[in-house]
Design a protein around this ligand. Structure first.
Ligand code: SAM
Length: 298
């Protein structure tokens, strides 16, 4: 059944047939890994109809032609379909385990090995709240005089989200999990908004990256990929977790969202529960990494 939007002010009444919607779903999954299953079908259709209206297109076939021929047009449509919900210290218990257990563990090993670089990846960073929360946690746990230089590489498929992240200016709502001391230490108040101070800003580098075409960016001590893979199919999820495992240093940590796990994926992570949070650590002993342990994962 063809889906139609209400007649717009511009007089356009876009129409998208089931076949066209299916073709779009396939194209989106091929290029971005994002799966629109039945539960998200209505969301996809309404956002696509809005995009057609914005572009002055009446027929779904016109949109399909446009997004197949032009990456710019594909990206513009995809921007309307991304879920970018996020906030500072989104999971407080996870960030406190990161501060109280993970960072002291990494700092101790780094200092022992005379390695001064702490490298962290935030993949699917949305508008920057996650990587800045990581930077804030590092500042609080490691302290300014520590012989450890932290750099956070933050990536996302969305250019619009990355622009907001670069700007680093936020409304009060996304700061709800921060204490007033954290807000005054790490943000400057600009009218009704809060701007990230240079101390955090200088620790984070933003870059576009599509996780469906993951590139090797070097080795990391921690990889955060939270609430991104829930939108992907099982095969891409499995491939990504195996890549993250390869890209982690021995003893490095992987952070996933609450609904994500490494269950049934042939990689070995040691799991500990800290402050009610599950920590996934790549074994320090490389030879253990290839063992597929029964009950590996959650
Ligand atoms: C719900 S947000 C998660 C933000 C943050 N990690 C958090 O947990 O608060 C999901 C993010 O994944 C990004 N994303 C979706 N598909 C992606 C892909 N193929 N490659 C990179 N980022 C992607 C979206 O643009 C969005 O910013």
């Amino acid at each position: 059944m063809a889906q139609e939007a209400a007649m717009s002010e511009a007089g356009i009444n876009p129409v998208l047939t089931d076949h066209e919607a299916r073709e779009l779903r396939l194209l989106i999954e091929q290029r971005s890994g994002i799966v629109f299953d039945e539960s998200r079908e209505r969301f996809l259709t309404s956002r696509v109809l809005e995009q057609m209206e914005r572009k002055g297109l009446t027929y779904g076939a016109e949109l399909l032609r446009l997004v197949r021929c032009s990456n710019v047009e594909f990206d513009s449509m995809l921007e309307r379909l991304l879920t970018q919900e996020t906030s500072f210290l989104r999971y407080p218990a996870l960030f406190s385990a990161f501060q109280q257990h993970v960072l002291p563990d990494l700092q101790e090993r780094k200092l022992r090995d005379r390695d001064h670089a702490l490298r962290i990846l935030s993949a699917g960073c949305a508008s920057g709240e996650e990587p800045y929360s990581i930077a804030l946690s590092v500042c609080e746990a490691v302290g300014p005089r520590a012989e450890l230089e932290a750099s956070i590489m933050a990536t996302d498929i969305s250019h619009e989200a990355l622009e907001r992240a670069e700007r680093g200016v936020y409304g009060r709502r996304v700061l709800a999990n921060l204490s007033s001391a954290q807000i005054s230490n790490y943000f400057s108040k600009v009218e009704d908004s809060y701007e990230v101070k240079p101390q955090l800003r200088s620790m984070v580098k933003f870059a576009p990256m599509n996780l469906a075409q993951l590139m090797y960016l070097g080795r990391f001590d921690c990889i955060f990929c939270m609430n991104v893979m829930i939108y992907f199919g099982a095969e891409l999820r499995s491939n990504l977790i195996q890549s993250f495992h390869r890209y982690l240093e021995p003893g490095g940590y992987l952070f996933l969202g609450h609904a994500e796990s490494v269950a049934n994926i042939p990689v070995k992570f040691n799991q500990t529960i800290m402050n009610g949070t599950r920590l996934l650590q790549k074994p320090l002993d490389q030879s253990a990494c290839h063992i597929r342990a029964a009950g590996d994962g959650r």
